[in-house]
Design a binder for this molecule. Structure first.
Ligand code: ATP
Ligand code: MG
Length: 569
């Protein structure tokens, strides 16, 4: 492609609305433009990259045996009412009406459509398993669209749905997708981790999120520095090891006046004790009942773990009003004298405490010398806290560290959640009707492009990995008015294209400085500069990633480029 003709509006200035590097660079390097908050147009360069991601995804999905289809963005409300998500999805769902006043949605995902499709057209075990996928535009009215196409309101997703006859079948379909995703993100040049995420009631290894590691990621990942264990903070298991042995002699529990001493900080000052010596008690409303959760003062309660253990659909912190009704004073909550129907759940670490301080459930009082088990009873000791850096790895005993990640992909075992609600059944070998067992698998195509830029850049611009680069080689004649340079550059451009490379020729009559700045900003993997030594047949070959450059004779250029290309793939 000749750059003089290319629609490539680059910018020197950093766009004001762009908070993070990838967003800034994607706008500055002329990959995309915003139409309205969270909605973007892809310009030629950006669209090429997007298509490269799509191509990799397509190849790997096909290789895994999935079949490509294309479903509509416009979906009737009735489908969403069948699964209850018309109400449950909330304001993120883009709703619209047609001229007959019928309700529709712009699809944020396609479980309803695909389950309906399969229900109506496939009903025997002989045709199962099947995995259907599409690469298609999704709509989500995000509360806070930001970071460019990382969190946008219109975006491109690859979504796949598997239908199996057995649980084991689902496990296999899931593993196939997990493996395909690993290949996809590896080919896309991302540094990523597959992390165990919370699957709610399904539990077990029901879901993994593929996270591109990045400082700007919204999710914290706990990972092992020795093995490949990684999990979301909400999910990461804490290994319980009895740390302290209780001494036999124990002082009696004693009530202490603590007016206005409520927070752990205040308590530490008041008692001159460490955070780990206090018991933090929190009251939650779990559906229609109330529960108390206990964690050590230096730990953080993990409400997802609590929600799973109490098996609640909705878990919320009790409000002050609710506490008042229960006769529990805010700031002095403790495991004593609670209304009888309130169960106490405690983190494992609580059972090792000895001589702790805990709220007395009475305004302005705490107890000291508290011994769990002796002074109060607990329904269940379980893993209730957030993992922290330095904790033991639940798989190999190594150490846990934290990183931040951008969710680029998600694999999920759905089970029969949708097939039961929508009546997607098949006849088994015995002619008996069974609900299909489903999985769903998403990849944020546009988010993957942004994550790639976020991971691959320097102060001068983008550094494309070979696999996603919009073009692979940038041929830059320094002065196009110089006939010698122009001709040599033209012939190199032709030659490289003939060899099958994707080449961009900067044939613009611009100053050298401008051209080089643009070249670095756009960030193609190899730059071939044709300048002053053109007369001797010498050109400069430069690798964007390493900055390494070398003068090469045109006769050896192809061989050299081939070597470079091989080292960059
Ligand atoms: P998030 O937690 O980031 O909101 P999600 O868990 O709601 O994402 P899924 O429903 O799992 O997303 O969608 C599959 C994939 O689609 C995600 O892994 C992500 O890569 C991408 N994605 C989701 N929401 C957006 C968005 N608003 N903009 C761009 N990509 C998105
Ligand atoms: Mg997700």
């Amino acid at each position: 492609m000749k750059q003089s003709k290319l629609f490539l509006p680059t910018l020197r200035e950093v766009p004001a609305e762009a908070e993070i590097v990838s967003h800034q660079l994607m706008v500055r390097a002329g990959l995309m433009r915003q139409l309205v908050s969270g909605v973007y147009t892809y310009l030629p360069l950006g669209y090429r990259v997007l298509r490269k991601v799509q191509q990799i995804v397509r190849e790997e999905m096909d290789r895994a045996g999935a079949q490509e289809i294309s479903m509509p963005a416009i979906q009737p409300a009735e489908l969403w009412q069948e699964t209850g998500r018309w109400d449950a999805y909330g304001p993120e769902l883009m709703r619209l009406k047609d001229r007959h006043n019928r309700d529709f949605v712009l699809g944020p995902t396609h479980e309803e459509v695909v389950t309906g499709l399969v229900r109506d057209n496939l009903n025997t075990y002989k045709k199962l398993p099947i995995n259907l996928y599409q690469i298609q535009t999704k709509y989500r009215d995000e509360v806070r669209p930001r970071f460019g196409v990382i969190r946008s309101r219109e975006f491109i997703m690859k979504d796949a749905y598997s239908f199996d006859t057995t649980r084991e079948g689902l496990d296999k379909s899931y593993q196939d997708m997990y493996d395909a995703y690993t290949r996809i993100f590896t080919r896309a040049g991302l540094t990523f981790r597959a992390v165990e995420a919370d699957a709610g009631a399904i539990g077990g290894k029901g879901t993994h999120e593929f996270m591109a590691l990045s400082e700007i990621g919204e999710d914290t990942i706990a990972y092992c520095t020795s093995c490949d264990y990684a999990a979301n903070l909400e999910k990461a298991e804490v290994v319980y090891k009895s740390a302290e042995k209780r001494t036999a002699s124990q002082a009696e529990m004693e009530k202490v006046a603590t007016p206005d001493v409520k927070t752990i900080e205040q308590l530490m000052n008041h008692f001159d004790m460490e955070a780990r010596q206090f018991i933090k008690a929190l009251v939650f409303k779990a559906d229609e009942r109330f529960v108390v959760a206990l964690v050590r003062g230096d730990h953080e309660l993990n409400d997802v773990k609590l929600k799973n253990i109490v098996d609640a659909n909705v878990l919320t912190m009790a409000t002050e009003e609710e506490l008042n009704k229960l006769g529990i004073p805010l700031g002095f909550v403790g495991p004593f004298n609670l209304p009888e129907d309130i169960e106490v759940y405690a983190d494992f670490a609580i059972q090792d405490m000895n001589g702790a301080v805990a709220g007395a459930n009475e305004k302005d009082y705490h107890y000291k010398n508290v011994v769990p088990g002796r002074d109060f009873t607990v329904k269940t000791y379980t893993d209730l806290r957030n993992i922290i850096e330095g904790d033991e790895c639940p798989r190999c005993g190594g150490h846990i560290a934290f990183a931040r990640g951008i969710e680029v992909g998600h694999v999920f075992k759905l089970g029969t959640r949708y097939s039961e609600k929508m009546g997607a059944k098949f006849l088994d070998e015995n002619g008996k009707e069974q609900p299909m067992i489903m999985g769903c698998y998403g990849i944020g195509i546009s988010r993957t492009v942004a994550a790639c830029v976020e991971q691959n850049n320097d102060e001068n611009g983008i550094i494309w990995p070979w696999s996603l680069a919009p073009y692979q080689i940038h041929v830059v004649p320094v002065n196009v008015k110089n006939e010698e340079q122009k001709q040599l550059a033209d012939s190199i451009y032709e030659q490289l294209q003939k060899e099958g490379y994707e080449v961009l020729l900067d044939d613009r009559p611009e100053r050298a400085g401008v051209k080089f700045k643009d070249a670095d900003l756009i960030g193609l993997p190899i730059r071939v500069t044709v300048g002053g030594k053109a007369g001797e047949g010498l050109v400069e070959c430069k690798v964007r990633k390493t900055g390494e450059s070398k003068d090469v004779h045109v006769d050896e250029l192809l061989t050299y480029v081939k070597e470079l290309a091989a080292s960059l793939q």
